[in-house]
Design a protein. Structure first.
Lengths: 294, 326
């Protein structure tokens, strides 16, 4: 006789997405990592009597040891110390470029959104056109024109990254314009400029700041890629991309530590930056929470 | 008007947008190149310009037309470009069309295999992660994806190169042939493994996370709940019901990922000394070879535009609910 006892169905996981874990899980580690990175990057060069360019051929190509935690490179420079300076350069480039592109993008987006009409249409078509050129290629073209240098890298990143900010600001401005408080301001006799500066811009500011922080890892990554291709900062300057580029040669003779450290540091730092901005974004608009960026 | 005609009109409308974009992009590049302090005549002569007679320099300036207005120079370039003559590359001393023709095939091979593998990986891992959501498997897949998203692709490439080509010596690590061997299908396939793998794992995380997210959202939709209520086993619910609807937006995103794919391919090619267009691009940039650099950039833009168009057409074909007036 068949077994008629009731058996519960195996537990299925095909249910609604489990609620995201409390933001503490992202907030704390990201904040700690960023705090340590910021401290090291800002403070070490101020106080330490260390020279990251110090060349000592006697200790060239040494694997990690207690004296040199991440080993030394082909000129006997300490990899860890160079990493600190490289991260300083890369983060500076990232932050400056992100701020410039956010300002430029906000200006274009706010103009397009508040003036509207054919002006808006043409401006957004231009944005679409620039967006269809692969970022890195456009950046390479700009660096080629300006010749590789720190400012060329920053300009090339800013010129390729303002599009996102412009699109965000424009759509926010368009949706804000339909809100009653804007009508009230216009009815109260506010000029176009007053509406823009007193009412529209302050209301898009949080979104713009968020977009800027999300842009920083992207900008850092861009700088690294350009430097890696030999189109970024001058070769002697320590930057993450330059270090990995230099380390390519040593890899062939077994020097794995020279590329490992800068890469790992970059991954950890960008994860921390995007982790923090992710928490912020979820607070800002919980409805648009996605898992695509954490 | 049938739906097929409507899709055809959509394609035509998008093509009508693509042509002016390409014109604007190429003209902008042209203006940028002209605005740069760089003089192609000086580049051509190099140090020999000191010994060159002024008549000869003037002759060459007139022949090359470098002192004519930008618009007429652009018009001359465009007229020739339409007939397939993209000018000469100063850095490689070859016609631009020959440079691109020699290398494009290798890049297309790398990109197409890499992209396909990334899609397969994305679908498989994304489905697995969503199906077992919250498990250690899900957590390691999503965690690995976040880490890979943050890692520069050339760094991953170097790591793979070091482990599999230099230490384990399983696979060749650079170029398409070993030593002076002639190019053969087997040899190329062996040389293709590492670059393709790196390109795929650098592109896959985004797809994995996207498939996972969309599947999780579809689990609460009526047709999936209905399928579960009828007692279908989980794997049938996922493959037959949840995946179908959640994959539709995937199609448009294929187009949106093309710029990233081109960027990734550029870096992967550099790491693995792949004889594609990456090397030519970097050479062109270092030597301010605008004829080559401009042609490559316009071409990449064209690929992105056509890719977006194809993705939209596919989407419209796959989902009858998609409106076609946008």
């Amino acid at each position: 006789m068949a077994d008629l006892t009731w058996r519960s169905a195996p537990r299925s996981r095909l249910t609604a997405a489990s609620p995201p874990r409390s933001p503490k899980w992202r907030l704390l580690p990201s904040a700690i990592v960023l705090g340590v990175v910021a401290l090291v990057v800002l403070v070490v060069p101020l106080f330490a009597e260390l020279n990251e360019q110090y060349v000592d051929l006697a200790i060239a190509n040494q694997p990690p040891s207690t004296a040199h935690l991440f080993g030394t490179d082909e000129l006997g420079r300490d990899v860890l110390l160079r990493c600190v300076y490289a991260l300083r350069v890369s983060l500076t480039v990232g932050v400056v470029a992100a701020v410039i592109s956010a300002v430029a993008g906000t200006a274009v987006g706010a103009l397009a959104g508040s003036i509207g009409g054919w002006f808006d249409r043409i401006l957004m078509r231009v944005v679409d056109a620039i967006a269809s050129v692969p970022h890195l290629l456009l950046g390479i073209v700009i660096v080629a024109i300006l010749r590789p240098s720190l400012s060329a890298v920053i300009i090339s990143i800013a010129l390729t990254h303002w599009l996102t900010a412009a699109r965000i600001v424009r759509s926010e401005v368009l949706s804000l314009r339909t809100r009653p408080f804007i009508d009230a301001a216009i009815a109260g006799g506010a000029s176009r400029t007053q509406v823009l500066t007193r009412h529209l811009l302050p209301n898009v500011a949080p979104q713009v700041l968020l977009a800027t922080t999300l842009m920083v890892p992207h900008a850092v990554w861009h700088e690294t890629a350009l430097s890696f291709l030999g189109l970024g900062l001058p070769p002697h300057a320590a930057s993450i991309g330059n270090m990995i580029n230099d380390a390519q040669r040593s890899l062939l003779i077994g020097g794995w530590w020279m590329s490992l450290a800068p890469g790992l540091l970059l991954i950890i730092t960008t994860l921390a930056v995007s982790g923090l901005s992710g928490v912020w974004r979820d607070r800002l608009n919980p409805k648009r929470r996605t898992e695509l960026t954490w | 008007m049938t739906r097929g005609q409507a899709i055809g009109r959509l394609a035509l409308r998008r093509l009508a947008f693509a042509v002016p974009v390409l014109l604007v992009v190429s003209f902008a590049l042209f203006v940028l190149a002209k605005a740069s302090p760089f003089d192609p005549i000086e580049r051509y002569f190099g140090v020999r310009i000191i010994g060159a007679s002024p008549e000869r320099v003037a002759q060459l300036r007139a022949n090359w037309g470098v002192d004519e207005p930008v618009v007429s120079q652009y018009w001359a370039w465009l007229r020739h470009a339409v007939t397939g003559d993209l000018g000469d590359s100063l850095s490689l001393q070859q016609p631009v069309s020959a440079v691109i023709g020699d290398r494009l095939g290798w890049t297309v091979l790398l990109v197409s295999v890499g992209f396909t593998l990334a899609l397969v990986l994305g679908l498989l891992l994304g489905t697995l992660a969503a199906w077992r959501q919250g498990s250690w498997l899900d957590r390691s897949i999503t965690g690995g994806c976040y880490a890979l998203e943050a890692a520069p692709v050339f760094w991953v490439g170097l790591a793979v190169l070091y482990v599999f080509a230099l230490q384990l010596r399983w696979l060749p690590g650079g170029g398409v042939t070993t030593g002076s061997e002639p190019v053969s299908a087997g040899g190329v396939a062996a040389h293709l493994v590492l670059p393709v793998a790196v390109l795929a794992i650098s592109q896959a995380p985004w797809f994995v996370l996207f498939v996972r997210q969309n599947l999780l959202e579809s689990f609460t939709q009526d047709h999936v709940i209905g399928a579960r209520a009828r007692g279908l086993p989980d794997h049938l619910v996922v493959s037959g019901h949840a995946l179908r609807t959640s994959l539709l937006p995937f199609l448009t995103l294929l187009g949106a990922r093309l710029p990233e794919l081109i960027t990734g391919a550029l870096l992967v090619e550099t790491v693995f000394s792949w004889p594609g267009i990456a090397r030519a691009t970097v050479e062109a940039a270092l030597n301010v070879d605008f004829a080559l650099l401009g042609a490559l950039t316009v071409m990449a833009t064209g690929v992105v535009l056509v890719g977006n168009l194809l993705a939209d057409v596919l989407y419209a074909l796959a989902d009858p609910r998609v409106a076609l007036d946008g």
